[in-house]
Design a protein around this ligand. Structure first.
Ligand SMILES: Cc1cc2nc3c(=O)[nH]c(=O)nc-3n(C[C@H](O)[C@H](O)[C@H](O)COP(=O)(O)OP(=O)(O)OC[C@H]3O[C@@H](n4cnc5c(N)ncnc54)[C@H](O)[C@@H]3O)c2cc1C
Length: 442
């Protein structure tokens, strides 16, 4: 079936042949030149759109094996994180790393080597994967792990679907006594204070993240709220919650309808920022259910439509520890100077490099910024690219929709050659091609 597809940002859109994945053994026969896998389409840009064919892994959605002693689990790669949690949280298991939405497939989590709010302790998702099985052209199903075909493993974790179709994943879930977390919120007056508070929160808590107030101006730029959390053991759960140690997901209770005029504008952004701040600071110490803590955005289903038919762009970069303070300040200053506003700004700290050849995390800081797509945005983002490049930083491909190939090549100078060489040597470059890989020369 030929369709027009986009990523979560709604832009760009490309025509492609969308094909549901057959059982693993038959996938190699479905791999025509110009194919890429698509999980649940939560990458923001063009990563999950094949130049010719897009293989949707939705049908590969079940659990093959689980060992309740060790938490070791083998799943088909199209399984959604939301379904995994729904099935295993009531048994006292939770994934060791989760991104900011549960509407992703496990295959997509490996291919982007996703990170969560606990990178400083747990690393990224690929750090918890024990084995992968890949469907390759010419009828092959290949198993790889950190010790078996390790080159394949390292190219595939964070490899954005460009090394094969991941069909099976074995990882270890972690034990939790409840589905509740103790959460602490602290307001910060400026960027230096936000960074300092985040570092302090990481030392004391399993999870830590900062929300930056997009409406803060002048010396208050970089002000925000640092949120920190820990899984709550059963013994510490308040009495009234003991009856529901594992609360179910809230579900997308409110659905944003498609609107002809985008409700996200300067005024609504200011109001939303203020509202978010008020809600977060109402109770500084509280108990929150897992869904509210890990996936607050999932409560408003289809919120990406709030940007209207033109869509939006998320710009997420990572920079090394050394220059981070200066880079973050410069980025916020450029946004303000150009009179633009980011609708969402989330700051996290990464503890280490990822395991994959092209994994996004590095030892340093990462900032994710959402912007409505306006006429002035490309010039601003080009300016931010230069700042990130000069600082030795990189852009998150799972969020990218617009990075120029030349900038990407300079940012990834050290690792890109090895990835390209791997693709060429194994005859992957002709078969696995997405609009992202064509755009970036990947
Ligand atoms: C609201 C929101 C919050 C987010 N928060 C975070 C966050 O906190 N941290 C973070 O790291 N990411 C975050 N993300 C990004 C998201 O986790 C990644 O883009 C993830 O890859 C999406 O999974 P998916 O199944 O939707 O993959 P898709 O979008 O369908 O695909 C993403 C990439 O994975 C490849 N892929 C998918 N399945 C397979 C497979 N079986 N075999 C080979 N390749 C495959 C695709 O080819 C593509 O390159 C967020 C996204 C959203 C929308």
């Amino acid at each position: 079936m030929r369709v027009e597809l986009s990523g979560f940002g709604g832009w760009p859109r490309h025509r492609t042949e969308l094909v549901p994945a057959p059982p693993p053994a038959r996938i190699p026969a479905a791999l025509v030149p110009g194919t890429v896998a698509r999980g649940n389409g939560r990458a923001y840009g063009d990563a999950a759109i094949g130049t010719v064919r897009t293989l949707w892994t939705g049908p590969l959605d079940f659990v093959e094996a689980f060992d309740a002693q060790s938490g070791r689990i083998t799943v088909r790669a199209g399984l959604l994180l939301s379904d995994l949690i729904a099935a295993f949280l009531p048994r006292g298991f939770f994934p060791p790393v989760v991104p900011g939405t549960r509407q992703v497939s496990l295959g997509g989590m490996v291919a982007a080597d996703v990170h969560g709010k606990n990178h400083h302790r747990a690393g990224s998702f690929g750090d918890h994967v024990e084995e992968l099985e890949l469907a390759l052209p010419e009828g092959t199903l290949l198993r790889c792990s950190p010790t078996r075909n390790p080159e394949w493993f390292s190219a595939t974790v964070g490899g954005m679907g460009l090394t094969g179709v991941i069909v099976r994943i074995t990882l270890r879930l972690m034990r939790v006594e409840t589905g509740w977390l103790s959460v602490r919120a602290a307001a910060t007056p400026d960027l230096a204070a936000t960074m300092q508070a985040l570092v302090a929160a990481e030392r004391a808590f399993e999870y830590a993240v900062a929300w930056l107030d997009g409406s803060a101006r002048g010396p208050r730029r970089g002000a925000g709220i640092v949120l920190a959390g820990d899984h709550l053991p059963l013994a510490e759960l308040p009495g009234d919650l003991r009856a529901v140690p594992f609360p179910p997901a809230r579900g997308g209770r409110i659905t944003m309808p498609p609107l002809p005029v985008p409700p996200v504008n300067r005024l609504s952004l200011s109001v939303l920022n203020r509202l978010y701040r008020t809600v977060q600071l109402r109770r500084l110490e509280r108990v929150e259910d897992w869904d509210r803590w890990f996936f607050p955005l999932d409560a408003l289903s289809g919120w990406n439509r709030a940007y209207g038919p033109g869509g939006f762009v998320q710009y997420q970069f990572a920079v090394p520890e050394g220059p981070a303070r200066g880079v973050l300040g410069a980025v916020l200053e450029r946004i303000a100077r150009r009179g633009l506003r980011s609708s969402l700004a989330v700051l996290k700290r990464f503890g280490r490099e990822g395991r994959g050849l092209l994994s996004f995390p590095l030892r340093g800081w990462t900032l994710a910024l959402d912007f409505p797509r306006t006429r002035d945005l490309p010039a601003l983002l080009a300016e931010l690219d230069r700042i990130v490049l000069e600082a030795g930083g990189r852009i998150y491909l799972a969020k990218d929709a617009r990075l120029p190939a030349a900038t990407f090549a300079r940012m990834e100078e050290g690792r890109l050659g090895r990835f390209l060489d791997f693709r060429e040597r194994h005859g992957l470059a002709r078969v696995f091609r997405s609009h992202l890989s064509d755009r970036l020369g990947l």
